[in-house]
Design a binder for this molecule. Sequence first.
Ligand code: DGY
Length: 321
Amino acid sequence: MKHKIVAYKALPADVADYLREHAEVVTVDADEPGALGAALKNADGAIGASVKITPAMLDGSRVKALSTISVGYDQFDVPDLTKRGIVLAHTPDVLTESTADTVFSLILASARRVVELADWVKAGHWKASIGPAQYGVDVQGKTLGIVGLGRIGGAVARRAALGFNMKVLYTNRSPNETAEREYGARRVALDDLLSGSDFVCLQVPLTEATRHLIGAEQLRKMKKSAILINASRGATVDEQALIAALEAGTIHGAGLDVFEREPVDSASPLLRMPNVVALPHIGSATHETRHAMARCAAENLVAALAGTLDVNVVNREVLAR
Ligand code: DGY
């Protein structure tokens, strides 16, 4: 008998077809209150993204595998899934390069005021040649501090060192030898990264250890001329502290793809600041990459339910059972 799968995000047609070849697929609108929880009670697995899956939603279910169409898995209680013997799969690698492109576009856009000045031109303010009031700051040759040098951080470091002749500082639980050898990256303590970088870029997953990793104290340690870049998870930064630091001129600006609450409140002071570039969590959002992620997640789920998945597993302890 075919496994029953809940899809709680719209999937590309070919990916949905692939899933239907292997399983019975039930599509659920995750915005409909209670619908996902109810569907999970009668399913073997689920695929989707951007929706919290709580332990209560899994109580009384026979779910054996969950597959998130994302690299981040902060929407799941991983220890609880492991206790239940549920495999959690995610989609690293396929999104590394497009997410690093987003990070770099934030660096360039914030430093060169691309969004602010594009709006200025469209508003009809370009009446004479520009002057210092429209100047930005250089990116090339500056120092980039990367907090968390994993896959995406490594791809950002490559762009910075090889493309923009930047010096790279980083923090990470373990040394990243490739980045040190090939991009001249130097592993330092967080405080040294904060005080020595022109751009501070967060590339850590959201965990209890990284929640509000950057708060008022850390922002005070940054250069007044520095720009904070966040395309990881909003809650790695204390947003109120960031607003206060930007208002007080403690740092120069910010490039943000993520916010503590998404979609960000349209009344957020961040959206009124010309020195803030704000994006709607587009990290991996290209047609090609989102398709590759959906395909990868579908293959992960089918393999997990068949008991053959050996890659992209968040809680490998479950496989050992
Ligand atoms: C992820 O995969 O976790 C990203 O945030 C999606 O862009």
